[in-house]
Design a protein. Structure first.
Length: 128
């Protein structure tokens, strides 16, 4: 994951990694990865992020998932199990600022979209 994305969205990396160890990791991994689980995990680390005042929408075909504030600017967020699902779901890249996903598998994403891969934090907090 790009260091600049981590610096932009994470205000307390040490606290985030500390919180990800333990029971929550066992529950998440046992359940597998889905968009709902990404939203759950995002909620568990939210206090460590620079994002505030988030509004998560009911899922409607074609709409993006959430609106939030980052550094006094409104951003649009899409949650995905894997980043390339953004394409499969036919979202408009011009309308999204951030993809929060479990795994970043998009080799050449649009440059205007940041990707926050939660798996990165998970692996860093729970080394094998």
């Amino acid at each position: 994951m790009k260091e600049e994305v981590i610096k932009k969205y994470v205000k307390d990396l040490d606290g985030l990694l500390n919180d990800l160890g333990g029971e929550i990791s066992e529950i998440f991994i046992a359940q597998g990865v889905s968009e709902d689980m990404v939203i759950f995990l995002f909620g568990t680390i939210f206090k460590h992020l620079n994002i505030k005042d988030i509004l998560i929408k009911d899922e409607k075909k074609g709409e993006l998932d959430a609106w939030a504030e980052l550094n006094n600017k409104e951003i649009v967020i899409e949650f995905e199990a894997r980043s390339r699902n953004f394409l499969k779901d036919k979202h408009d890249p011009k309308k999204c600022d951030l993809i929060v996903c479990w795994e970043d598998n998009w080799e050449d994403p649009p440059t205007n979209i940041d990707i926050l891969e939660l798996k990165y934090f998970w692996e860093k907090a729970n080394p094998s």
